[in-house]
Design a protein around this ligand. Structure first.
Ligand code: SF4
Length: 198
């Protein structure tokens, strides 16, 4: 693949990708998606979100790389950060892991640019995400495409388009800690179980 105008787009979920993908295609980018997914709990939820990503990719005519589902790898990276609030240090490490995995895939595919759909969310720190993306891209000799997708009503547009396309929209960020946040004891026992069965 020619690195010129070829982009690896990190996809956090289909609803967040349903505006960035068509917008980038309209700008002339050659887009390949990358759905990391191992942060998502439980597995059934991962499967639902993956199905939505596949529906969107087929609709847009874009490829999406899907690595194996390895929640144990993700849990190792955020070990010790279980009690962090959403938006805290656990999320920083979660973004870093996903963007590093994306950068490796971008290199493997010969993409010259990288970007993420994460900045469409009204709940996420877009400066942190873009700065992580920039430094990780530079480390791998890639260029970071700086975008804040929630600008210009990006989030509202994504809600409308997800409905039109019938995409599943989740009601929590994704990981076991955002899923079980009110009950840390329950979360701890679920994590122990996951680590044993991985
Ligand atoms: S709340 Fe979301 S961003 Fe934060 S660690 Fe969990 S999955 Fe990752």
């Amino acid at each position: 693949m020619s690195p010129e105008k070829s982009m690896l787009l990190h996809i956090c979920c289909a609803p967040d990708a349903c505006i960035p993908i068509p917008d980038l295609l309209a700008e002339g980018w050659n887009v390949t998606g990358y759905f990391y997914g191992s942060n998502i709990h439980p597995r059934d939820e991962y499967t639902r979100r993956l199905e939505a990503v596949n529906i969107l990719s087929a609709h847009e005519g874009t490829e999406c790389v899907i690595p194996s589902y390895c929640p144990g790898e993700w849990l190792e990276v955020v070990r010790g950060l279980e009690h962090e609030p959403e938006g805290g240090r656990r999320c920083t490490e979660c973004f870093r892991l996903q963007l590093e995995a994306s950068a490796k895939e971008a290199l493997r595919l010969g993409c010259g640019y990288m970007c993420t759909t994460l900045t469409i969310s009204p709940h996420k720190n877009v400066n942190l995400i873009n700065s992580l993306g920039e430094s990780i891209s530079a480390l791998h000799g890639l260029k970071w495409e700086y975008r804040i997708w929630r600008k210009n009503n990006g989030f509202l547009r994504s809600v409308g388009r997800s409905k039109e396309l019938g995409l599943y929209r989740q009601n929590y960020c994704g990981c076991i800690y955002s899923f079980h946040e009110p009950d840390m004891e329950l979360t701890k026992s679920a994590v122990t179980h996951l680590m044993k069965t991985e």
